[in-house]
Ligand binder design. Structure first.
Ligand SMILES: C[S@@+](CC[C@H](N)C(=O)[O-])C[C@H]1O[C@@H](n2cnc3c(N)ncnc32)[C@H](O)[C@@H]1O
Length: 415
């Protein structure tokens, strides 16, 4: 079945985060698990009048920003405080005065850096920081960070905009490579050459220009980004929604913390590795640091709602020949328990007739295919959703069995 599907599907770079890079504010920061604004717009475009749109797994606010640009009122929830900050920065309205102030603050900050009139800020406590930046780049970033603090006041839009630009610069100057599914490191020679060849102040200026260009394009609608847990929606949200477009964490053991670490440490959202593990543990699908050891001990809280089909898969994954089989079977079981809790609560914040779209990818563990889309569809049906559909969207990579789907359904009941 999967191979027949895959034969007719393409990888579609326009349906990935790559499409966002040159799309104004959507391209402010690159985050691999972000989905394509094009895919969201195709779904939002079907709404003929302003609607209340929800994205419970906000990430970089692709849905929220797109909905606001189309004149809708969006609300998003996100568990990671850095992404909450970024989502608010991306969806805010900026006046002409805000833009001029940010431009002036950039000139003032770079003047301090160039004249050597400011001491570098403390080094962020990133493990093995020398792997990320050369000593020259690190010193520049620390000095620029201090200069931004000096020339902008806390809580102002100019500080926010310069910090977004700073995030762009710090990642461009880093040794991070994005040629894999997630982030890895370039070889040292490449980074060294970049450090020598780069006009670092000019790079920051370019990044500020790019960010301000996006900031000038204000949305006509609105988006509120709420820091909260998608498993507690009835407690977190006070309104009801007509449309949900979201991509929940994938069941593929990819930790968002891994890629977000540099930004989170530089901006003070993380101060040590232990906190990174704690945040990953409270996030759905997290397995970074302490989250991995806790998973080994984890026991289900609720009866498995995915039934016999999931149990059979868990047994195959946890087979004794698979070195980390028990851990990974627990990972998968917890993932579906968390998503069940989320979908169960979601019903209370939907208007009658609401349509929901979940963009999800399937996964494999030790060669065992996990048909994530089928489990989502089963859970939706069990919870009373109607008209449940599974639509294949694209192939995720060259492996023919890995596919991304839009699992959609309609909520007709009233709770
Ligand atoms: C696949 S990403 C979403 C990407 C997003 N569609 C975008 O375009 O950037 C999933 C997001 O869910 C967030 N998340 C994980 N567990 C959560 C929870 N319990 N409540 C709310 N957000 C959560 C993660 O931090 C991550 O940002």
């Amino acid at each position: 079945m999967t191979s027949t599907l895959s034969a007719n599907l393409k990888q579609r770079a326009d349906y990935t985060h790559k499409h966002n890079l040159r799309t104004g504010r959507h391209g402010w920061l690159r985050l691999t698990p972000a989905y394509s604004v094009k895919m969201v717009e195709e779904l939002i475009g079907a709404m003929e009048r302003p609607a209340c749109v929800l994205d419970p797994f906000c990430g970089t606010a692709t849905t929220g920003l797109s909905a606001a640009y189309h004149g809708h009122s969006a609300v998003t929830t996100e568990i990671n405080p850095f992404l909450v900050w970024l989502g608010r920065a991306k969806t805010a309205r900026y006046s002409h005065r805000d833009i001029l102030r940010a431009r002036d603050a950039c000139v003032a900050a770079l003047s301090l850096v160039k004249r050597g009139k400011i001491s570098p800020a403390l080094e962020p406590p990133i493990h093995n920081i020398g792997r990320w930046w050369t000593p020259e780049s690190l010193k520049f970033l620390r000095t620029l960070n201090a200069a931004i603090d000096e020339t902008t006041a806390q809580g102002t839009s100019e500080r926010t905009l310069l910090r977004v630009a700073f995030c762009r610069t710090l990642i461009s100057l880093s040794n991070a490579a994005f040629n894999h599914q997630s982030m890895s490191f370039k070889t040292e020679g490449v980074q060294f050459a970049l450090a020598i060849a780069t006009d670092q102040c000019g790079m920051f200026e370019d990044d500020v220009r790019f960010v301000l260009c996006g900031a000038e394009e204000n949305p006509t609608g609105s988006c509120a980004v709420i820091e909260g847990d998608a498993r507690d929606l009835p407690q977190v949200l006070k309104t009801r929604f007509e449309l949900v477009i979201t991509s929940p964490p994938y069941a593929n053991r990819m930790s968002y913390i891994r890629e977000l670490r540099p930004y989170m440490y530089w901006l003070g959202f993380l101060v040590n590795g232990r906190d990174a593990g704690e945040l990953d543990w409270v996030s759905i699908g997290g397995t970074w640091g302490v989250a991995t050891s806790r998973l080994t001990e984890w026991k289900p809280r609720t009866q498995c709602h995915c039934g016999k089909k999931l149990n059979e898969i868990l047994e195959r994954i946890s087979h004794q020949e698979n070195a980390n089989g028990v851990l990974l079977a627990n990972y998968v079981a917890k993932y579906f328990e968390d998503i069940w809790m989320h979908l169960e609560g979601l019903r209370a914040v939907l208007s009658k007739g609401a349509r929901i779209h979940y963009i999800v990818g399937n996964s494999t563990f030790y060669g065992v295919l996990l048909p994530v889309e089928e489990f989502y569809a089963d859970m939706m049906r069990t919870l009373g959703f109607e008209d449940v559909q599974i639509r294949p969207v694209r192939k995720r990579n060259s492996k023919k069995e890995l596919i991304e789907f839009d699992v959609s359904a309609c909520w007709r009941a009233a709770i």
